[in-house]
Write a protein that binds this ligand. Structure first.
Ligand code: G6P
Ligand code: MG
Length: 221
């Protein structure tokens, strides 16, 4: 195992709640109700695709021009950016900082495979930016999760083959993306929602360098 490829939201830090609140504000302005259950579909999904899912839910899919949709997505992002303004290392999910340090000390490469265009800013606020060897720019992808492109790209940017990597995710769309890239997948969260993963743990503090290495080894036996 040469590299570990991380999702951001829900794995490194818990921004899912902020994304949800910012989308909820926008949806309410459009007369659309969204709840936590619907929000599961938005996890791991790009800003543009999330807006499409919300408009579809409100049966407003064909009511806006491309420019109007861009303005709606930009207003959600402005609200989201205000919410993440105060983030600091206190917002790193349990066990993640020591995991990243252990993996680095073990000479593993670290990649960020997040659909979020705010990824680099958030890593800097958390004080984790320098630990990452590469960050995929989601704006350069032709397809978002569940397409495998983002994880394939992360491996490629690190100079690794997919068989040398493990991907870590909290969203069903993300696990599908890792699996379709032929990368070993470890998921954090609900065992039923994430059953497609090679291994599911309940919380981030269960992720250790030893566990990740063991799962990778088991999958390659
Ligand atoms: C992550 C989150 C999604 C979010 C997406 C885009 O995948 O799980 O909820 O919509 O990133 O984030 P951005 O910060 O670019 O709007
Ligand atoms: Mg996530």
């Amino acid at each position: 195992m040469k590299a570990v490829l991380f999702d951001l939201d829900g794995i490194i830090t818990d921004t899912a709640g902020y994304h949800f609140l910012a989308w909820k504000t926008l949806a309410e302005k459009l007369g659309i109700e969204i709840d936590k259950e619907f929000n599961e579909q938005l996890k791991g999904v790009s800003r543009t695709d999330s807006l499409e899912l919300i408009l579809k839910k409100g049966q407003l899919k064909n009511e806006f021009t491309l420019a109007e949709k861009e303005a709606l997505a930009a207003s959600k992002n402005e609200e989201y950016k205000q919410m993440i303004e105060q983030m600091s290392s206190a917002d790193i999910l349990p066990g993640i900082e020591s995991l990243l340090v252990d993996l680095k000390n073990d000479h593993r490469l670290l990649g960020l495979a997040s659909a979020s265009q705010n990824g680099p800013v958030i890593l800097k606020k958390l004080g984790l930016y320098d630990l990452f060897d590469t960050i995929v720019n989601p704006a350069e992808l032709s397809a978002g999760k569940p397409d495998p492109e983002i994880f394939q790209k992360a491996a490629e940017q690190l100079g690794c083959s997919v068989s040398e990597c493990v991907g870590i995710e909290d969203a069903a769309a993300g696990v599908e993306s890792i699996n379709r890239a032929n990368i070993v997948s470890i998921a954090v969260g609900d065992k039923e929602v994430l059953s497609a993963a090679d291994k599911v743990v309940i919380a981030t503090n269960e992720l250790t360098a030893d566990l990740i290495k063991r799962i990778w080894t088991e999958c390659h036996e």
